[in-house]
Design a protein around this ligand. Structure first.
Ligand code: GLU
Length: 424
């Protein structure tokens, strides 16, 4: 069901961006120029990529790169491979990356890329050719000092390695900083693989320290058992939380007394089937409405909507996916005092470790896993503290999302003012 987003925002290319901006401009007085600047990406490039398939036929894939805003630095953001990707989704995700880099206080702007493809139906060779063609198509748009891609949904270190190699083949020189999320032994960073999850765990720690929540008495449900969801299950289990449900695209499993996470890992590694573990099967929709303390959407966008938000029973939502709550769903949660730790704060650990990777590539000095983890933890704690002080600074700032948006939008606009793109 499509949500009615209110007057004036229905026809924009990016509904979610527009409605959130609208809320922010009600709190701070954004000028028309500032709203216009934030409402449109700097650049949006599309390409139709021809790829030779294993059967000799050529297939053409729609692909996108949106550089939303580079006021604070080179644009940064992942590339996703998904059959549902389209330009408006990539635009919205690039907008979120802009704010995420600002919340995390790393010197990057925001971008996102995507290819309309179901990668599961490609062979390894087809996947490599597609990834190399993507770099050929966007070669003049990306670069270590202009726009730096990274992994996102359905892309990983192996794909980043092909892309780096393709970029260097065309340019004729080494440029490891053109892309992050590379394998650790191919100029990637220690801890990047699980950094998004570690960052989310730190944000929850900081929130919990200020609340009545006792990790050892709290139940958690995680939607998504990919890289982010599965590593987060381990981190939170280690802090004493009971992980009572996890799911993947096929559905979920539930055990009200808590799933043994390390046994689940062993079972999943050998069978690649969550259901082989034997706990009660539930649907993804059921997972979202379980009686838990903390709900963690860690899969894709638009999961908590007006269709199901009334049934959500968690008191805290940690948004590890990008955009998992629709604006109307968010409004309902705010009115019902559910604390939503927003995506641009909760999942900023990934791009923060990407920044560390880029710094290491740029200085050619490589850091230990402990150093990356420690720096990431401090960075996330500082990001939380900034958002928290923004939240308590004004009675007009009601939610964590509003506080994070205000903090990041102000930082982006300040950079644009220095550049002369917005008025003082
Ligand atoms: N795709 C991740 C995100 O949405 C990481 C982006 C990056 O490391 O540049 O935050």
């Amino acid at each position: 069901m499509e949500e009615d987003l209110g007057p004036g925002v229905k026809d924009t290319l990016c509904d979610t961006c527009a409605i959130q901006l609208d809320r922010v401009s009600q709190i701070t007085d954004l000028t028309d120029r500032e709203t216009e600047l934030l409402n449109q990406p700097n650049r949006s490039v599309n390409a139709n990529i021809p790829v030779r398939m294993d059967d000799g036929e050529i297939e053409v894939f729609s692909s996108f790169r949106v550089q939303y805003n580079n006021g604070r630095g080179p644009t940064k953001g992942g590339i996703r491979y998904h059959p549902g990707v389209d330009v408006s989704e990539v635009k919205e995700l690039a907008f979120l990356m802009t704010l995420k880099c600002a919340v995390a206080n790393i010197p990057f702007g925001g971008a996102k890329g995507g290819v309309q493809v179901d990668p599961d139906r490609l062979s390894a060779g087809e996947l490599e050719r597609l990834s190399r063609e993507y770099v050929k198509a966007f070669y003049s748009d990306i670069g270590p000092r202009t726009d730096i891609p990274a992994p996102d949904v359905n892309t990983d270190g192996r794909i980043m390695a092909w892309m780096r190699d393709e970029y260097e083949s065309i340019s004729g020189h080494q440029a490891p900083g053109v892309i992050t999320g590379k394998p650790v032994d191919f100029d990637g960073s220690e801890a990047r693989e699980y950094a998004t999850s570690l960052g989310g765990a730190v944000i929850l720690d900081e929130f919990v320290a200020e609340s009545k929540i006792q990790p050892k008495e709290s139940k958690v449900a995680i939607q998504g058992f990919g890289n982010v969801g599965s590593n987060l299950a381990v981190f939170l289990n280690g802090r004493g939380y009971d992980i009572v449900a996890v799911s993947n695209a096929a559905g979920g499993i539930y055990d009200s007394s808590g799933i043994n996470v390390s046994q689940l890992f062993d079972s999943y590694e050998s069978s690649e089937d969550l259901f082989a573990f034997g706990s009660k099967r539930i649907s993804n929709a059921e997972l979202l409405t379980l009686d838990v303390d903390v709900l963690i959407p860690a899969a894709i966008e638009d999961q908590i909507t007006m269709d199901n938000v009334e049934q959500v029973r968690a008191n805290v939502i940690l948004e590890m996916a990008n955009g998992p709550t629709t604006p109307k769903g968010d409004e309902y949660l705010a009115a019902n005092d559910v604390s939503v730790l927003p995506d641009i704060l909760a999942n900023a650990g990934g791009v923060t470790a990407s920044y560390f990777e880029w710094v290491q590539n740029t200085t050619n000095e490589y850091w230990s896993e402990k150093r990356v983890r420690d720096k990431l933890t401090t960075h996330m704690q500082e990001a939380f503290a900034d958002v928290q002080s923004r939240k308590s600074s004004s009675e007009h700032v009601g939610t964590w999302r509003e506080a994070a948006y205000l903090d990041s939008i102000e930082s982006v606009l300040q950079a644009e003012r220095y550049r002369g793109n917005a008025t003082e």
